[in-house]
Write a protein that binds this ligand. Sequence first.
Ligand code: SF4
Ligand code: SF4
Length: 458
Amino acid sequence: MNQLPVLDIRLSFRRGGVHMDDHKVTAAMPIERFLPKEVVLPLSQHIGPEATAIVKRKDTVTRGMLIGAEETLGAPVHASVNGTVKSVIRRPHPTLTEASAIVIETNAEATDPQFEEDPEWRRLSQEEMLTRIAKAGIVGLGGASFPTHRKLRLPPGVRIDTLIINGAECEPYLTSDHRLMLERTEDLVKGACLIGRIVDARQIIIGIEDNKADAAAMLQKTIDDFSDTMPRPWVRVCKTRYPQGSEKQLVEALANRVIPSGKLPMHVGCLVQNVATAIACYRAIRFREPLMDRVVTVSGKGIRTPKNLLVPIGTLISDIVLHCGGMTDDACMVIAGGPMMGRALSRLDVPVIKGTGGLLFFTEDQIEHEMYGPCISCGRCLDVCPLGLEPNQISLYTEAGLALETLPFGTRDCFECGSCAYVCPAKRPLTQFIQIAKSALMRKTALGIAVRPGGPHG
Ligand code: SF4
Ligand code: SF4
């Protein structure tokens, strides 16, 4: 019996961060299933080469069937509904503008295939578990969309002692991970244990912000009731503070290790996986179940009926809007993801993809219409940057056409959390300036042109 309690000490990262109203109005709304009339499944939903379509128009497909074969370093795509292939065609994409996609008309009458349990699932080798995760098409569901089997396959010489399951969900509005922790608790704990076995972790920590105390208690109870999991996960509660859910901040808060510039959690012996990813890994290993669905928080003042929805991957956002009662008359902005790190969508005829955890609808009065002003050197952006970067300088140099001179201010380290822009009294679009500077640096590096590492002062 596990005696480790949910710790009452609220952990957090040391530097910067912001406290904001979390707007988690859907936190108490159970996950509802929605089956659309058609799905659009892009062949590229991950970091890596796009999959190759292996079905054609008029083919009958069943849920879970392989329809897009994985290229080297990519991820396969599976049918998320039973139905008939309408077309394989270029379609609008939520992050790539346009991509090849398989369009399937749903047969709502067909019975979903059952994924039988493999009675030997507890005895699978690490390699066998990795193969199942790869075949299931699982990618990082926290938004990174990096193929999970590649993240779990550690480079030679790298040892992981601490697996961190990321249940922080620190972005305002989003509650899909919170609901998963409450409603799929056992799957999550088992998934965490299996991933721990794959990477030989000595300890597994499930990190949760203190605005989700019910999920922390539910997880702890589930772990206490388990008799066969080694090593047992440990639930640790963090302060609600943005960006607590970013990998570097979570590792610092939970494992007390600082990840150096340009390095990953594995370089300090840690590996971070999102809660939805852990659940998907468990289903893939035990039942050989591919990744077919996504839990999506639909929220914001601009949608009439906010919900947490379980939808087949490929469900069009326009269908979700109709299912949620439509947008309000003053809705004027749609974001895929959270308000801080999500991406504004220019159209609604794009699908939910593997990495989509939220759809937020904002109204006129929530949008900043004022022009931004000059930097007044107040230093607030420096105070809140969790990495100690200098976003004010990056913005000033980029504005002056000197984006290539911004390296010393930390352009490459910035993970675009948006905390600096959130507090800037001059409303400067600091994240956008940083994105411009990063692109300029990337283009120059690709062209082989030397970038002065010393920068303007070097
Ligand atoms: S967006 Fe970048 S520079 Fe701004 S606070 Fe976040 S990490 Fe720091
Ligand atoms: S918060 Fe805005 S105004 Fe203040 S120093 Fe940073 S960029 Fe300048």
